[in-house]
Design a protein around this ligand. Structure first.
Ligand SMILES: [Zn+2]
Length: 291
C-alpha cells in the first residue's frame, strides 16, 4: 500500500489513514461502531475550511486535450469521457458538465489574470514523480479561499504508467469509470467511505463499477446543486475560455520572465487542491499550495 505523505481533512477510508498505532486502533473502533460515512464535500485548505463548490453557474465547461488517450481511438475515448461526465446528469440537480469541442488544446494549470480551460489531459510522455507512479489520475482544483468557489478544475491521467480502455477489460483502466470519479472531484466532492459509491477510493484495472452513481453520490450532487436552486446561467471558465491555448501577456510590473508552467505570482491568494484519485493501489489526495 502506498504511503500518504500529506495530511488530509476529509473523505478517505480509515484503512488508508497514515495513523499512528494509537490512531489506527481508534479507526478500527470507529469502523466497528459507526455506519459508513456519507458523501463528503471537499473544503479549502485553510481554516475555516470553506466547502468547495461551483458558484453562480449551472455547469462546468471542460475540454479534452487533443488526442485524448493514446491507447484508444480518439472518437471512442471522447465518447467514454462524455459518458463519464454525464454520470452526474441528475434529475434532481441543476449541475451539468458541458464539453467545449471548439478548443483543440489545453493543459492543467490556472491563470489568475488570463483565460482558462477546465482540461482533461492524458499525460503520455511524462508523469511527474511528485504525483506518484501508481497514481492513475489527478484532479487539481483551484479555488478562492475566501468563499470556496472553484475557479479551475483540471484532470490529468497517467498514460505513462497505465493502459486505458473502454470495454472494462481486466488489464486496462476504464476511461468512463475513471472520469466518472474525477468528475465528482471537479464538482467539489471528496472521497466517501460508502461501499459501492463512485466517490469511494478503491478501484483498479477492469473495474467499471464507478460508472454508475450510487445513492450516496446522487445525494451529494443533488444536495450541493439542487434543481430548485438553478442559477440559470452556464458560465465559461474563470477569465473566459482560452480557446487558442494562448499564454498571458507579461506582467508590466515585472521583468516578464515567467517559467513555463509556473504558478500565479506571490500575490495570488489561491490554493490548488490535488486529488490522487482512482488508483490501483490507492493514494489519497494531497494538497498543493499555489505560491
Ligand atoms: Zn478520488
Amino acid at each position: 500500500m502506498d504511503t500518504d505523505r500529506e495530511g488530509t481533512r476529509t473523505g478517505p477510508s480509515p484503512l488508508l489513514r497514515p495513523c499512528s498505532a494509537v490512531l489506527v486502533c481508534g479507526c478500527c473502533v470507529l469502523l466497528c461502531v459507526s455506519p459508513a460515512r456519507a458523501w463528503v464535500q471537499a473544503t479549502t485548505e485553510e481554516a475555516p475550511h470553506r466547502p468547495l463548490h461551483v458558484a453562480d453557474s449551472n455547469c462546468l465547461q471542460y475540454v479534452v486535450a487533443a488526442g485524448c488517450s493514446a491507447d484508444v481511438p480518439s472518437d471512442d475515448c471522447l465518447v467514454a469521457v462524455t459518458l463519464g461526465m454525464r454520470a452526474w446528469d441528475l434529475r434532481g440537480s441543476h449541475f451539468r458538465f458541458r464539453p467545449t469541442p471548439e478548443v483543440t488544446c489545453c493543459g492543467a494549470g490556472y491563470e489568475r489574470d488570463w483565460t482558462n480551460t477546465n482540461c482533461v489531459e492524458w499525460r503520455e510522455d511524462r508523469w511527474p514523480g511528485e504525483y506518484g507512479a501508481s497514481t492513475i489520475a489527478l484532479t487539481t482544483l483551484t479555488y478562492d479561499p475566501a468563499n470556496g468557489a472553484i475557479l479551475d478544475a483540471d484532470v490529468e491521467l497517467n498514460g505513462v504508467g497505465y493502459r486505458f480502455g473502454t470495454d472494462c477489460s481486466a488489464d486496462v483502466m476504464d476511461i468512463q469509470n475513471t472520469i466518472a470519479h474525477e468528475a465528482g472531484h471537479m464538482l467539489g466532492l471528496d472521497h466517501t467511505d460508502v461501499f459501492g459509491a463512485t466517490m469511494r477510493v478503491y478501484s483498479g484495472p477492469g473495474d467499471c463499477s464507478l460508472r454508475d452513481l450510487a445513492p450516496d453520490d446522487v445525494e451529494g450532487a443533488t444536495t450541493l446543486y439542487p434543481y430548485a436552486a438553478d442559477p440559470g446561467v452556464c458560465q465559461p471558465p474563470h477569465g473566459g475560455l482560452n480557446a487558442d491555448c494562448s499564454d498571458p501577456p507579461p506582467d508590466p510590473g515585472s521583468c516578464g520572465c515567467r517559467a513555463p508552467g509556473s504558478q500565479p505570482g506571490p500575490a495570488a491568494s489561491l490554493v490548488a487542491l490535488a486529488f490522487v484519485v482512482v488508483a490501483f493501489r490507492i493514494r489519497r489526495r494531497r494538497s498543493r499550495p499555489v505560491r
